[in-house]
Ligand binder design. Sequence first.
Ligand code: NAD
Length: 472
Amino acid sequence: MQAHDGMYIDGEWRRAAGQGRIEVVNPADERPIGSVPAGNAEDVDTAVRAARAAFRGWAETPPAERAARIGALTARLGARREEIARTVTAELGAPLTFSGKVHTGMPTSVAASYARLLETYEFTEKVGNSVVHHEPVGVVGAITPWNYPLHQIVAKVVPALAAGCTVVLKPAEDTPLVAQLFAEAVHEVGFPAGVFNLVTGLGPVAGQALAEHEGVDLVSFTGSTAVGKLIAAAAARSVKRVALELGGKSANVILPDADLGRAVNVGIANVMANSGQTCSAWTRMLVDADRYEEAVELARAAAAKYVPGDPAHPDTRLGPLVSAGQRERVRGYIAGGVAQGARLVAGGPEAPEGRERGYFVRPTVFADVTPQMTIAQEEIFGPVVSIMRYENEEHALEIANGTVYGLAGAVWSQDEAAAVAFARRMETGQVDINGGRFNPLAPFGGYKQSGVGRELGSHGLAEFLQTKSLQF
Ligand code: NAD
């Protein structure tokens, strides 16, 4: 893979002040595929200064012009879609078909949505004798994870640019190559120098320097809840705004009258996608006692269709995990589930047959999981589903709401009104009713420890605005 030697700062690729390199590895075969510079606090400072210098000019650029640039960026991402998909497959290990449809298609449509939104978005409103102006927050520090590497970049950077903010991006160390492709696309479109800047580097070094920097007005972070807490604390010291998209342990609630086959099959597919490395994955499947064993059998059969394989092959549905560390973490959770007494229905902690090389994990289904077990409470971030039994709807609600997280969820019932009533009582930011489609315009974000703030659509744009009221 072609990797830039430098950082994209102030409109050009520059040599990094940080001396180290970050090696990027293909998780399917453990071979190095490139390396990027490990930026340090000095690199972050240079990038923040460039973003600050560019801010006033970009903030004063008319929204229609900002929209035109974002439209052109969308077109560049579209034109380079095959390269983007191949890059995501190489550095993340996602199956190529999924990389094309989801890892490339979704961010491209999100970027397009902001070009459209800017055509009609009202940046001023009248409130009594006041005119309220919605102004850009300033310099945004964006820190992103590896699991949907381009989507998470686009979901922060594009609305920030649409709002008139300037950005310094610190992408995840496991997937920096697609971030470099994004920076190339920004450059090709000709955004003014300093409006977008990329600093690759390690979280505790470059990420922390960005979260702490006095010149950053808002930090938008997606990643683990543990790091989110550190970021919020660092940001508090200089009274920055924070937006946090954190972990999840979402419940797939199958009510007694639901179409069980569909609910279980869609539920398993939801978890196996991206090898379970999806923050909103429905990793807890809740089934009533009467149909519990039937659901377990359906889940076993559904999981068997996910055979770990080479992600570059067009027929592969389940690739490896991103890194050796993640693989060990997930296998540890699977072993822990067995040790705590859950019934292993499919999969297990051993390497899948014939896949000893690469960071592969067996698609795993547990039954008889009780709410106290670790696998019912903690985010595993792998292809692992916990099937839990409930006695009645109140009990199902208690289980569904019984974790520190609240990011997503699902409810299934033949009676849509009953499903909606249940969903309204769930402490979570998104609920799909009977398999409702992902909507790139709907606000996405967490209740409880799943985060602060919302991404996507007009709510995602509003994150990067602050108000000024003029009285007449
Ligand atoms: P992570 O928290 O380790 O890393 C995320 C980013 O933060 C990376 O860029 C990393 O370099 C940086 N970072 C790490 N330590 C830092 C520090 N001390 N200061 C500043 N930055 C630091 O998470 P991960 O392992 O990359 O991703 C997996 C986790 O992310 C999962 O828990 C998952 O649920 C969560 N996630 C949430 C969402 C969401 O939208 N809610 C989306 C994707 C991932």
